[in-house]
Design a protein around this ligand. Structure first.
Ligand code: KG4
Ligand code: ZN
Length: 348
């Protein structure tokens, strides 16, 4: 609706420089510049390289978003920016830019939580989020299950990974298999030609004794080690590594645990809606397994389209829109970038 506030969101927490513009739940622009190619040969994001790339990309990306949306800075009602968690130097570029634009154009600024933004982005595709909802947040740096009573004011963490994040496991296993970085998309692709039941890889923290203490927690480091041992054994025996089968079996182990625990959380809490966000939510198998299992229990799964799952500016704008609609006060102009911002803090 034309009378809803026009929100601009800036994202620079990792390797994507994103500027999104939304009006209410309507996405008007989602401009993105990625430095992923500059990190590929290192097998992971290099913080200094990412910061410099943000610095070079932020103004052109900003201009592109405004032009795509057909608006000017004067039309914007509020600016939202990722204040954390993420790489300190990378966050600083976005936060400094947001402050500069806010000061120059006299706009309120909201420093927001990147992880809450991964949940909020779904509203751009499916409209308002029915609350309470359970959110499964799976990215390169985080894997958590949350109870979302009110996304504008706070979320309750139910569990999280005790070692590697789900995306990190994809990245490490891809490396083992000689696939490019980031590892999620190539594993997703390879797995389509493989047999998910070919190799029985371990399902972390699902044994009855582990469930007692870690019902909603995840562990992917044992799985990663199991894949490494399996691949090494084949190589030592001088046999070829069946990449598609290993990828499919690994992916199945991850998706099995993520969806089983997410659905258990919904059922335990009597919650009807499961929203999945973060880069790993782009995974085709995760989406399919979640859908199939949720249907059995009358639970609705909401996952945004893959482009909105990975980091972008639209998700930050979407959370900003939610905060403005809820009447949450803007941040102070001296808001800090907080690389370790806790999940429970939605805005600063
Ligand atoms: O949310 P995101 O873009 O950045 C962080 O906040 O971390 O997530 C990036 C992660 C990477 O680990 C990447 O391998 C993973 O998301 N990812 C995927 C897929 N696409 C991206 N993992 C599995 N399947 C995919 N299709
Ligand atoms: Zn992210």
């Amino acid at each position: 609706m034309a009378d809803e506030p026009l929100i601009l969101g800036i994202e620079t927490s990792c390797d994507e420089t994103g500027v999104g513009i939304v009006r209410g739940h309507t996405l008007l622009a989602d401009a993105l510049a990625s430095s992923v190619d500059q990190h590929a040969r290192f097998g992971g994001v290099v913080p200094e390289v990412a910061s410099r790339a943000h610095l070079e990309a932020i103004v052109p990306t900003m201009r592109r978003a405004l032009s795509d949306a057909g608006v000017t800075m004067a039309d914007i009602d509020a600016i939202a920016v990722t204040a954390g968690p993420g790489l300190a130097g990378a966050l600083l570029v976005g936060v400094a830019a947001a402050k500069g634009y806010a000061l120059a154009a006299e706009k309120p600024v909201y420093g927001v939580n990147h992880l809450a933004a991964h949940v909020a982005v779904d509203t751009l595709e499916h409209g308002p989020l029915p609350e309470p909802a359970i959110a499964l947040l799976v990215s390169g740096g985080h894997s958590s299950l949350l109870l979302v009573d009110d996304l504008a004011t706070g979320v309750t963490p139910l569990g999280a990974t005790i070692d590697d994040a789900a995306g990190e496991a994809f990245d490490k296993v891809a490396r083992l298999l000689g696939l490019p970085f980031p590892g999620g998309p190539p594993i997703d692709r390879e797995a389509r030609a493989g047999d998910p039941a070919a190799i029985a890889f371990p399902r972390g923290l699902t044994a009855p004794k582990d469930l007692a203490a870690h019902r909603y927690d995840f562990s992917f480091s044992g799985l990663k080690t199991a894949v490494a041992r399996w691949v090494e054994a084949r190589q030592r025996a001088g046999e070829p590594v069946p990449v598609a089968d290993v990828a499919a079996s690994f992916q199945e182990a991850v998706c099995d645990v993520l969806t089983a625990k997410a659905i258990a959380a919904c059922r335990d809490r009597g919650v009807q809606t499961l929203v999945i966000g973060g880069g790993v939510a782009a995974n085709s198998r995760l989406r399919a397994v979640a859908q199939r299992r949720a249907e059995k229990h009358g639970i609705t799964v909401r996952v945004p389209r893959p482009k909105l799952c990975t980091d972008n500016g639209a998700m930050v704008a979407a959370l900003g829109a939610r905060l403005v609609a809820a009447g949450v006060a803007p941040s102070r102009l001296d808001l800090p970038a907080d690389s370790a911002m806790p999940l429970t803090v939605v805005s600063v």
